[in-house]
Design a protein around this ligand. Structure first.
Ligand code: BJW
Length: 246
């Protein structure tokens, strides 16, 4: 383990361009539930019932109750040591880009620079009907949400969480930024099960372009066999240990 941490630190130190992709595992130590795995959200809920546009169309109140519950839970969570190390690197390395699948905004709260939130944010809403002003979305940090489902302030129609559900396209500029970030010297994929696309393809794109690729995860994932270095451990433990070797 120590050798792997040393190697990773050396690669990061020598890198001109560093890209970090994060998933739910990075927020696990903050108390935010992951999706898959033992206590993951999909153990208790079906993705098709809650995280698709079809589910929202069928039952917006049910979907909103789930999101309102998650907002309340996350409102009480704080960034952990993994968020803090990533934020520090984003501030000191001139060409560090962070791409997150997480919608909890804990990277934002940790002060991360150059951040792309490819699956959106739980703290932003947009107009379900796509009205001209509401389609762009707005910030809404109210906890609890008194009115369920909440309404679009512009047209009075239904509001939706501004997150990317299964079957929906990522926002074009976010996808472009994520793809551009695969042109790097070191690509780190941290705390993601590496099964949801297009995010799961980024590490492979980076490797094809010559990046040194590394994964930090509690367990093996479909990416483990192809990355140059797989480190098994909690991100909140591993990242501070890499940081102290830089
Ligand atoms: C720790 C730890 C600790 C725990 N330390 N580690 C190509 C191939 C196959 C399928 C597809 C494909 N392209 C598209 C698809 C379909 C689909 C897809 O990928 N399906 C797969 C399931 C097969 N993709 C989509 O639908 C995407 N859209 C799309 O591609 O559109 C195309 C299109 C184009 C034009 C027009 C229309 C469409 C959209 C995907 C959106 C994903 N949305 C969600 C919900 C967001 C909102 C919300 O939160 O409610 O995003 S699903 C959920 O999964 C969430 C996450 O961001 C995402 C990834 O999960 P993540 O982060 O990896 O978490 P987990 O729980 O899976 O894993 C946690 C990991 O952490 C584990 O490995 C643990 O071991 C580890 N861990 N503690 C380190 N302390």
């Amino acid at each position: 383990m120590t050798d792997k941490l040393q190697l990773l630190a050396e690669r990061i130190r020598a890198a001109r361009r560093l890209t970090i992709l994060t998933g739910a595992g990075v927020s696990a130590a903050s108390g935010v539930p992951t999706f898959r795995g033992q206590d993951g959200l999909w153990r208790h809920y079906r993705a098709e019932d809650l995280a698709t546009p079809e589910a929202f169309g069928r039952n917006p109140r049910l979907v909103w109750e789930w999101y309102a519950w998650r907002r309340e839970k996350i409102a009480g969570c704080r960034p952990n040591a993994a968020h803090e190390v990533i934020a520090a690197w984003s501030q000191v390395f001139p060409a560090c880009r962070v791409v997150t699948q997480n919608v909890d905004d804990l990277h934002v709260r940790a002060g991360t620079r150059n951040l792309t939130r490819i699956h959106g944010s739980l703290w932003e809403l947009s107009c379900w009907d796509g009205c001209a002003k509401g389609a762009a979305g707005w910030r809404d940090e109210r906890v609890p949400l008194r009115e369920l489902p909440p309404r679009c302030p512009h047209c009075g129609g239904l509001a939706r969480p501004a997150v990317v559900w299964f079957g929906e396209a990522l926002v074009g500029e976010n996808l472009r930024a994520a793809l551009e970030a695969t042109a790097c010297d070191v690509f780190l994929t941290i705390g993601t099960s590496a099964i949801v696309y297009p995010a799961a393809g980024l590490v492979h794109d980076a490797r094809r372009q010559g990046a040194f690729t590394a994964e930090i995860n509690l367990e093996a994932t479909p990416a483990s066999g192809t990355v140059d270095l797989a480190v098994h451990g909690g991100a909140e433990v591993v990242l501070p240990r890499v940081a102290e070797r830089l």
